[in-house]
Each structure stands twice: as C-alpha cells, then as structure tokens.
Design a protein around this ligand. Structure first.
Ligand code: TEU
Length: 551
C-alpha cells in the first residue's frame, strides 16, 4: 500500500465535538463527524491523547496508555469509532507519549512507594555537590527540569511539566512496555501512530551540565544516535509487522540528517517526521515569547532545505502549517481579516503541492483564526501561564505580555471547532473548556459548506493527490528562492512538470519567470483565483497561488 497518496486530518479531541455537554470534545463526537471528514476526502484522523490523565498538559501527561478517560467516552466508543471509520475509508492515528508519563501513572506511583523495579523506569539521580540539581537543564515549559523524588533526597528528570516524568529507555523493560502499548492499539485496529517528542528518548547514562546556549543544551538529550536503535526495535516488535501502519515521529529540534535516518525505508524506523524549524521564523534570537514579524526568506529556505534534504536522500516529510501547539498560520503569516479566504487557500496550495504527506489541522479547512484573547484567564495552557509570569518577571507590562500571548500561545490553535452559528459554535451545549473565537458566527462549517471557498479548495487539493503520481512522487526544485514576495517551485516526474507560484503577501506582484520557465505550453491546473492564463510575466493578486502543468 502506498502511504504517499494519503492526507491526514488532525482533530484536537478536546476541542473537536462535544456530544454529552461536558464542555469537552469526545470520541462519540469524532464518530458523529465522520461524514464531514469523508466529504473533505481525508484518509486518516490523528486524535490527540484521550487517555486517562490529570490534564496538566492537556492529556500529554498520560496516566494509563491503554484506557479511555471517561470524560472522553469508553473503549466501546473507540471501537465503534474505528469500525465506523472503516466503513467510510477513514483510518485512525493515535497519539502516544512515550517519552514521559504522568506522575499519576501507576509506574511512577509504585516507584514513589519504593518499588525498585519501577524506580528503574524513570531517570532518578542524586543531587550533585555544589549545584541545586543533578544538571542545570531547563524545562521546556520554564524552570528547572528536575523535581524532588518524594522524600528520598533524589530528583527525577522532567523535561516538560513537573507532573510529566521522563522514562528511562535504556531500561529494556521500559522498551517492552512501550511495545506492548503500541501492539494493544494495533490489535484494536489503529492504523497510525504519532509519537510525541520521540527523539528525546535517548538520554545518556551519565547526564552532564550544559555549557553553552540552548542548542548545546538540547543536544545533550535530543537526537542521540541511540534513538535510531530504540525506534528500530519498536518497529520490529510492533508496527513493522503491519506494513499498512503509518507512523510519524514528532521531532523536537531535530536535524535533516537525523530525519533522513528516522524515515529512510531501509532503516525500519518511522514513516515520516514532524520538524518545527519552519514555525520558528518569528522567534527573534530564538525567543518564542516576543512579538516579531516573520522572516519570509528564512521560511522558504527552511522548507526548501527539508524538501531537498529529505527528498533527495530517501527520507519523507510530514507537511503542516498548523497543529495544537501552534498559533494559526492564517493569522500568523496571512491576513485573517481582509484576505482570510485567499490566505487560507494560498497557504494550503503551497503546502499540498510540495513533496511529503500533508496534514490538515481541524478548522484549517474553513479558515479558522487565532481567537485574539485579551485576558489572562481566557488561557488554559500551562505553558502560556508560565510564560506570562516570566514575561512580567522580566519587566514587561501586563498589556505587553498579553499581546505576546495573543500571538504565540498554544491556545490559539486549541479553541473549539466552529461548526455553526449556534451558541458556542455548535461545539457544545455546555460550557466550553476553552472559549471559542468570537468570529464563529461568520466562520463556521455550516456556512463554509453553503457558500465558502476554503473547504472546496481543500477538497480539490486532497483529490489531486489521489489522481496524480507527480504530486506524490515527483522531484522537487525551488525557483526564485531570493524573491521577497513570491514562493515558487517545480515538481517533475517522467517528463511531466508542474510549476507553482504563490504570492505570500497582501499586495499584488508581477514576476518575470522567463529565466526559469521555458516556452508557453503551460496549462492551468489549479489556482485560488480560478482559471488563469499562463504568461512569462505573471501577475499575482494578494495571496494568489497557482499551478501550471506541461501536460
Ligand atoms: O510537544 C513537544 C514540543 O516540544 C513543542 O511542540 C512544545 O510543546 C512547544 O514548542 C512549546 O512551546 C509535544 C506535544 O505536542 C505538546 O502538546 C506537549 O505539551 C509536549 O509534547 C509534551 O508532551
């Protein structure tokens, strides 16, 4: 089976569709919306974690990997969802967080109670003389990455929230447990896995202090060569025996070189990787918590490097603009008011014509925007609250700090799905766990299906992938990489050629393409302003994207 013709839809379970009125999306809510997803044309749905969890990090703090949190439904609901999906040609990708467990997980609780076997599941160290913690590493959510382990005088490693304890993958029993979890869900009929921060599982036995900048610090526990061995072992024990299963590793701060290794078919590791470099082009000096314009040339260059780097070396990219950890790119790189539709379709166009597997994040297909929150108590995310405290401590005013949150908070991408103009966007009959964006009366699925242009455009993008081998397998090459307003590239396969041009800004642009594109026998394939005649001097309207073919 060729995974390359698939498009994957990410539904943030908690915010997708609530059927029981508790204000949280649920499994039955996903099942209910399968006809909608079938209409869009996607092949697989990635669901964010719905396992029992204290929800300190919205379910990425898992307390039981093979059960369903009652607030999301039951195991029967999950089985029904998988079976109903199958009837409609929709498969499921589950999200497994195997780098760390919740401190409420039975393993951690047993470890705390003194059980040596389970203490060896975690990374527990003695304090080091002359310093506060075993190492000087920072948690990714702020503060130190070590927490006191009960009253033992020791510390456990926790790279995220203090209630997320890192597992020790050097212990073969941990690797065996991980394999059992994956196999459990394969046996339930799950056909995909997204492995959370999976390139962090290879910690050394001896952990040392960071001596340089944040990149040097991350390199001490990120992409260590042993990660490849652990992934191959997991592959061989579980999904490798089921060739139809698709896997994507979420790779925090990874490199092209490592990602070729993770995804090269000969290595028997993963199908593809999520990398995030392209979503850091508005982090001046690597500082996420700041307000800054994005760097378009850097954005293009990063995408180019990954297209070429993985494409020409047997690797495979996962393509995405949005997910539950990111502000929405229609607000971030586009114009979410005057040109909302064109920026949404333009961005979708640019991504889907590249090489790799596209992911559509819940609401992207109707052009959902950031909610533009203005008060601290509108945010739920632990990372946002920590960041606010740090910004204030650094001397920013509350107004400045809130403006930064409004641009960078992960909650921007987590607001509930806007289904209709009804109260709470038809997402829930209760009180939503996170407020919806105010614009749900104008931007919602019902309205989009009646008269919108974004959903039908995504349908076409998805459909084209099924019909044209060049979209899946064609080579990739950039054009006009230095152009400050236009994104351009070509794909080629067996004499067929597709050329794509996109204006990434809100002002019209004219570009002479004759240095890169020969002749005039080019036919219009798809564009977000409709049919367009080819010309060696292309005039592109705001956020216009168009592809021509030589066939
Ligand atoms: O995210 C991992 C990660 O490193 C980032 O996306 C990080 O959350 C973000 O950049 C902080 O600014 C994954 C999950 O997607 C995320 O929701 C979890 O919080 C995190 O792992 C911990 O499990």
């Amino acid at each position: 089976m060729n995974f390359k013709d698939k498009v994957i839809y990410q539904a943030y379970t908690k915010s997708f569709n609530d059927t029981d009125g508790n204000g949280l999306g649920d499994i039955k809510g996903v099942t209910e919306k399968l006809p909608y997803l079938e209409k869009l044309g996607i092949d697989m749905v990635w669901l964010n974690p719905f396992y029992p969890s204290p929800q300190n990090d919205n379910g990425y703090d898992i307390a039981d990997y093979t059960a369903v949190d009652p607030m999301y439904g039951t195991m029967e609901d999950v089985e029904e969802m998988i079976a109903e999906g199958e009837k409609r040609g929709i498969q499921f990708m589950f999200d497994l967080v195997l780098n760390h467990t919740s401190t409420e997980h039975e393993w951690f609780q047993k470890a705390l109670a003194g059980d040596k076997k389970y203490q060896d599941y975690y990374i527990i160290r003695d304090p080091v003389e002359g310093q506060d913690f075993p190492t000087n590493w920072e948690s990714k959510f702020g503060g130190p990455s070590w927490e006191q382990f009960g009253d033992t005088g020791k510390f456990y490693l926790s790279l995220f929230d203090p209630t997320q304890a890192d597992l020790d993958w050097r212990n073969p029993e941990v690797r065996e447990e991980a394999a059992k979890i994956v196999q459990f869900w394969i046996d339930k009929g799950v056909k995909g896995f997204r492995f959370d921060v999976i390139n962090l599982i290879g910690k050394d036995e001896e952990l040392v202090n960071a001596t340089g900048d944040i990149d040097q610090e991350k390199s001490l526990y990120t992409d260590r060569p042993i990660v490849h061995d652990y992934l191959r072992e997991l592959n061989q024990k579980t999904f490798g025996n089921h060739p139809e299963v698709i896997t994507v590793g979420e790779m925090s701060s990874t490199s092209i070189e490592s990602s070729i290794g993770y995804t090269h078919p000969d290595n028997d590791e993963l199908t593809m990787v999520f990398s995030f470099h392209h979503l850091k082009v508005d982090y001046p000096n690597k500082e996420k918590w700041s307000k800054a314009p994005f760097d378009f040339l850097e954005l293009k260059e990063i995408m180019h490097d990954w297209q070429i780097g993985l494409g020409e070396n047997g690797g495979w990219n996962a393509l995405f603009w949005n997910n539950h950890d990111q502000p929405r790119t229609v607000s971030r790189f586009g114009d979410d008011e005057k040109y909302r539709e064109k920026s949404a379709t333009g961005q979708g166009h640019i991504l889907h014509f590249m090489q790799g597997t596209p992911y559509v994040y819940m609401g992207e297909e109707i052009g959902m925007t950031n909610p533009h929150f203005t008060e601290l108590d509108q945010y739920r995310d632990i990372e946002s609250h920590n960041a606010y405290k740090e910004l204030i401590a650094k001397g920013k005013t509350p107004e400045e700090s809130l403006e930064i949150l409004a641009e960078k908070s992960r909650d921007n991408g987590r607001t509930p799905m806007q289904w209709s103009a009804e109260e709470n966007g038809g997402f829930t009959s209760g009180t939503p766990w996170l407020q919806l964006a105010d614009n749900y009366k104008e931007i919602n699925v019902e309205k989009e299906l009646e008269s919108g242009e974004i959903f039908p455009y995504y349908q076409k993008l998805i459909q084209l992938r099924k019909e044209h081998a060049i979209m899946r397998d064609g080579s990739y090459a950039s054009m006009f990489l230095d152009h400050e307003q236009v994104w351009a590239y070509r794909r080629q396969l067996d004499g067929e050629e597709w050329i794509t041009f996109a204006n990434f800004y809100d002002t019209p642009v004219s570009i002479d393409i004759s240095s890169e594109v020969d002749g005039d026998k080019w036919n219009y394939l798809l564009g977000n302003y409709g049919e367009k005649a080819f010309s060696q001097v292309l005039e592109l309207a705001p956020y216009e994207a168009v592809t021509f073919t030589n066939k």
